[in-house]
Design a protein around this ligand. Structure first.
Ligand code: SAM
Ligand code: SF4
Length: 476
């Protein structure tokens, strides 16, 4: 889990002077026909109105977004930030001085939910002190039961569903909002929701069913992002390789990649996260043949035991998964693969855990994201199975896999020692530039001129399981 804070500059001007405020009123929750209950606004917090122009010297309202969770949350926070800036807000680092705070939440595991709840509790005194502060929550904490959410978090003025326009700031062009200053490597959500209903997962209940965006709309967005400086685009979806199945003419992810590969000025394309069942030969072929599509695939396996995979309702067997990895490696020889696993699923025996461990040892992924099973309210596994693996045993299994993976990643990365890799530079930190290879490896290097957004050839001089360090190679 990562926690990200969005801001550009910190300013102490925080007053609301000059702002047009709407009269406090009751507004319906924007349910878009998905059965959400109506929601009344708190009288204490009067929303800022879209359309006000700020004159010189007038203090601008400040926003602060706190984000936790997956890349989709990160992408949605970027988009919200751009939206607020178009409305005249300025980003601010310190939540205490903000006029508007948005908490972009994740509840995929209990540990993430705890952090969200702690954050909201920590904001309670601030809201009491400054009742005019607008506090909103989005992300997967937001469920259909708004009355219960309001009771649990009375300090929150608004709850809005992930990916939606905040309902108190209606603006017709919400769908066209893009990051104002896209970083060289930027995200584009292409499909919302998930139809899979894996037994442990809360995502389909909170993000709804598959909703793919139109190919034309995505191409338009990517072209605009490139015009604004983006060099690499990562296409996002909870189940990205099911893209298009719900659209009338049923384009698929391979078709979309082919179209985007032709966008002038775009250097690299990625996509995540893929479901093994939807990873088609056509998609593998597209990754192998399209020059801008990076050789990097994220393909969560979740378990190495067929019994557990069935209980998880993943829809494939270990044998099918192994075969898929073989096909991918045959077609895309230099591919980097990452996976996710859950340990301590209800009734997972030592032997079933060992099967996961053995599969990871055999397939040798570049990256493994390992999580301990966390029962999520409303999911099938939470309803049907007892969470009967003790916490310390889950932790032991997690540590064992982490130690295994550390060794594998160290060996895979060590093979790059002395080699020259192409890095797209994403930023500078503590005097070092950093960026990623096509295979997604993080590389640090020194360069005395600004190389943000450039492709650099870096000779690798030091490796670790997590990152690489090197020197610029000139004239290549
Ligand atoms: N769609 C992807 C897939 O097919 O696996 C992943 C999306 S899921 C939101 C991200 C990761 O969170 C999963 O791969 C899984 O490992 C983890 N996860 C989801 N629900 C979980 C739960 N109840 N307990 C522990 N980990 C969970
Ligand atoms: Fe959750 Fe991924 Fe399964 Fe969808 S495919 S239910 S997002 S784990």
């Amino acid at each position: 889990m990562t926690v990200l804070k969005y801001y550009l500059s910190a300013s102490k001007e925080g007053s609301h002077r000059g702002l047009v405020r709407a009269p406090a009123k009751r507004l319906p929750w924007d349910d878009r026909g998905r059965g959400f209950e109506s929601h009344s606004l708190r009288q204490s917090s009067m929303p800022l109105v879209w359309g006000h122009c700020f004159s010189r010297g007038e203090s601008m309202p400040k926003y602060h977004i706190w984000t936790i969770g997956c890349q989709m949350n990160k992408a949605e926070s970027e988009r919200l930030g751009s939206y607020f800036e178009q409305l005249g807000y300025q980003p601010i680092a310190n939540a205490d001085d903000a006029d508007l705070i948005v908490v972009n939440s994740c509840v995929v595991r209990q540990s993430a939910e705890n952090r969200v709840v702690n954050k909201l509790n920590a904001l309670r005194p601030l809201k009491r002190l400054r009742p005019n502060l607008t506090l909103a929550v989005t992300g997967c904490l937001v469920n259909a039961d708004l009355a219960q959410l309001k009771e649990r978090f009375p300090q929150v003025d608004y709850f809005f569903k992930p990916g939606d326009c905040p309902q108190w700031l209606e603006k017709p062009e919400w769908e066209q909002i893009l990051p104002r200053r896209p970083v060289p490597s930027t995200y584009v959500s292409i499909i919302q929701g998930c139809d899979n209903f894996c037994s442990y997962c809360i995502v389909p209940y909170r993000r709804g069913r598959n909703r793919s965006r139109r190919v034309k709309e995505i191409i338009g967005e990517v072209k605009e992002l490139v015009n604004r400086g983006a060099k690499e685009v990562t296409l996002l979806g909870q189940n990205v390789d099911s893209y298009g199945h719900d659209l009338p003419d049923q384009p698929d992810l391979a078709d979309l990649l082919r179209e985007l590969n032709a966008v002038d000025g775009l250097l690299r394309l990625r996509f995540l996260t893929s479901h093994p069942r939807d990873m088609s030969p056509k998609l593998i072929e597209a990754v192998a043949s399209l020059d801008k599509v990076c050789e990097h695939i994220s393909l969560p396996v979740q378990s190495g035991s067929n019994e557990i995979l069935t209980a998880m309702r993943r829809g494939y067997t270990v044998e099918q998964y192994r075969q898929l990895i073989t096909e991918i490696r045959d077609k895309i020889p230099r591919v980097a693969l990452s996976t996710d696993v859950i340990v301590g699923f209800p009734s997972e025996t030592e032997q079933q855990f060992q099967q996961t461990f053995d599969l990871l040892s055999e397939l040798r992924f570049d990256t493994v994201h390992v999580a301990v099973y966390s029962p999520r309210p409303g999911t099938l596994s939470a309803r049907e199975f007892e969470d009967n693996i003790p916490a310390e045993e889950k932790r032991r299994r997690l540590n064992k896999i982490e130690r295994l993976q550390e060794g594998i990643a160290a060996e895979i990365n060590a093979r790059l020692l002395g080699k020259t890799v192409e890095v797209l530079v994403e930023g500078e930190k503590k005097g070092k530039w950093y960026g990623r290879t096509r295979s997604g490896k993080l590389v640090f290097f020194t360069n005395y001129s600004n190389c943000l957004g450039q492709l650099m050839n870096i000779r690798i001089e030091k490796t670790s399981p997590w990152s690489l360090q090197g020197k610029v190679r000139r004239g290549e």
